[in-house]
Design a protein around this ligand. Sequence first.
Ligand code: ADP
Length: 396
Amino acid sequence: MTQPQRAPGGFPVVGVVGGGQLARMMQGPAIEMGLQLSVLAEATDASAALVIPSAPVGDHTDLAAVLAFARECDVVTFDHEHVTPAVLAALEAEGVVLHPRPAALRFAQDKLAMRERLTALDVPCPRWARATTAAEVEAFGETGWPVVAKTPRGGYDGKGVRVVSGPDDIADWLAQVGTEGPLSDGVLLEERVDFTREIAVLVARSPSGQAAAWPVVQTVQTDSICSEVIAPAPGLDAELAAVATATALRIAGELDVTGVLAVEMFELPDAAGRPSFVVNELAMRPHNSGHWSMDGAVTGQFEQHLRAVLDLPLGDPSSRARWTVMANVFGGDYAELYPAYRHVMARDPGVKVHLYGKGVRPGRKIGHVNVSSTDLGDARARATHAADYLGGVIDE
Ligand code: ADP
């Protein structure tokens, strides 16, 4: 079926551009809430297309396809941040209700725009500069190499991030400055932050301005990819938690974000040795750092995102357990996942397994597990074991 079937009772249809796992994970709460989802999917076997009856296939770069899709929906939101400003502007001009709106989404799509805006708002950021020439890179690095160079647009999971010791390391990027593409406006340079750990604040905000924040979490990256999230961040200074949360809520308000906003931060000591933070980047959609909330919070991020984009009253974001640990599952080198899946459930009935219906390829993110416990060590050990078992890293 390509057209969304309207539920009786005046319930709106929510459209999601992109048929990935985030759109898929909205379907569980949508069903429970009596809401109708429709996704514009990349392919008939896209993660979300497998579970959402209304899943027309179309490319997010194809304006005609996106428009035809959006006309059948009451509000449109996103599975990813790759819909171009030109397509977004055309949708807006046609009267499509978008959440987040393009004016906000821009700051999650373009890291240079994000750095400029956050700096104007006095939000703590790593020292940064825009570089368009080798001389500018050289000048930025004078206070100390290495520095971190980033492509402003299109990066994810560490792709588009390089630790560099001089302009030669990004000669290929500098050559693309001024041409069409992710480097048209220059390269983003940042000091390499000597952080203690990475934390994230997830908030949701509705068009009428109601906002809610989940507890601050710690994110653990392996090879620049998030592997584990601990909710709440263990041992986090209470004042830092309050300031970080207030900052995320302020960013959501100032940027007029609608839906879920993830603010990724580096924790580090300030000049006086007190715990502090700088913001790394923003994501305006449900985010990996919020997957724990599906089982660990009164209101999970996918339900909250739907409430927010529909301007419904928001749900309670507080934790349901002392600790919840999320571990991502990466595909292993095996023929069948199902035997491992059954084993994990048999070994530990407390593990909540979430799989995305994606084909298994080594290293591909295919799901996650959540474990709640009164003991942090217990939750981490069980979550890691289950994720490693599903990923074929261990077999006992
Ligand atoms: P992506 O958009 O690919 O997720 P990020 O900007 O989040 O890129 O960077 C990926 C990872 O690189 C971060 O999680 C962090 O570990 C590291 N990193 C990014 N910026 C800096 C920085 N300024 N200093 C130190 N490490 C950084």
